[in-house]
Design a protein around this ligand. Structure first.
Ligand code: 5GP
Ligand code: MN
Ligand code: MN
Length: 326
């Protein structure tokens, strides 16, 4: 609950040895990059970090630090401090909620505006482009030397969350950090390709299918698409292949709000929102116990796809377009 500054964080990191680190479920580039960069920095501070992560998308196989990733916290190792990274609320820690709550000390380091400041101490900076940007500041202030591996991890997280340095969260400071990071031996062309451009054949087919299927409403300012497990399977694709589809929807001329719903499991519908201009989709996600940022947010609904779509559409139209769906 208590707010903390960077120096308090460094003080806690210096004080303890056995430190668990975890990010949100379905981890993305910022979540993984931040966990790995912090773990690598902690090793340089003679600490024993354990990253808890039970799913790891293949596209991040180029990142270092896999040796610190565990599915569960090792039984024989005492847990002194738990650091949650890039995790907008406690529920998003998934199976590590218990460890977080039982840890003698828990820190919540994040940049989501909707973060409710869970944990013993929190450091939430909604102005930061990414959690990796916060971790960069902490590493610099702790005077831990950055190396190629830390630079690769931080670059990945910042590049991912800024959509390749183009979202409005990108600041002069973001570019100063990047200017520092590319002094190290990092293959940024390859990283950007892996993050934003390369996709499997199945995922390319799913992208084509989704763009064909999507509908536009409200003077073509609202773009919505829903994908069932059956539709994804017919193309040989899965829920992981949906990444990036929503950017294409949002990039269509005139679209102010894009919504993608897909069936992650039976009665588990993941919803992604993107907005431009002054539309606030975080507020919509929060209606459904989700959250995120003003222009990029998400939530999960425990119902079927059709019902989820009706509920989401009603709320989006009522709240953002002041018009009821028919
Ligand atoms: P995406 O649509 O890419 O999954 O997520 C967009 C943003 O919203 C990310 O910053 C992500 O962390 C956040 N987000 C996505 N789903 C949820 C959710 O269920 N709860 C919260 N609190 N944030 C979410
Ligand atoms: Mn994230
Ligand atoms: Mn993030």
């Amino acid at each position: 609950m208590n707010p903390m500054n960077d120096l308090d964080i460094i003080h806690s990191l210096k004080k303890y040895t056995h430190i668990a680190i975890a990010a949100h479920i379905s981890p993305d580039g910022d979540a993984i990059g931040a966990c790995v960069a912090l773990a690598l920095a902690l090793v340089k501070m003679n600490k024993k970090p354990v990253i808890l992560m039970d799913e790891y998308p293949e596209k991040y196989n180029f990142l270092p630090g896999r040796q610190y990733i565990y599915n569960t916290y090792p039984n024989h190792v005492p847990l002194e401090l738990f650091v949650a990274l890039d995790c907008g609320d406690l529920q998003r820690l998934g199976k590590y909620i218990d460890d977080f709550e039982k840890a003698p000390l828990s820190l919540n380091i994040d940049h989501h505006i909707s973060n409710p400041h869970y944990g013993d101490f929190s450091y939430v900076d909604p102005e930061a482009s990414s959690t990796c940007e916060i971790i960069y500041k902490i590493i610099k202030e702790a005077e831990v030397p950055i190396d190629d591996e830390i630079a690769t991890s931080l670059y990945t997280g910042i590049a991912f969350d800024t959509g390749g340095f183009k979202h409005s969260s990108t600041t002069s400071f973001t570019h100063q950090i990047i200017s520092d990071l590319i002094k190290y031996n990092i293959d940024f062309t390859d990283i950007l390709d892996k993050l934003f451009y390369s996709r499997s054949l199945e995922s390319a087919k799913l992208l084509g299918y989704a763009l064909y299927k999507m509908e536009t409403l409200n003077d073509k300012q609202l773009c919505i698409c829903d994908l069932s497990t059956k539709e994804m399977e017919e193309l040989g694709a899965s829920a992981n292949d949906t990444e990036g589809i929503i950017s294409f929807m949002k990039n269509i001329d005139g679209v102010l709000v894009a919504v993608l719903l897909y069936e992650k499991n039976a009665n588990e519908i993941k919803v992604s929102f993107r907005a431009s201009g002054d539309k606030d989709v975080c507020r919509i996600a929060q209606f459904f116990q989700g959250g995120g940022h003003k222009k990029a947010a998400g939530c999960t609904l425990h119902t079927d796809l059709k019902d989820a779509k009706t509920k989401i559409l009603d709320t989006v139209q009522k709240e953002l377009f002041r018009e009821k769906s028919n």
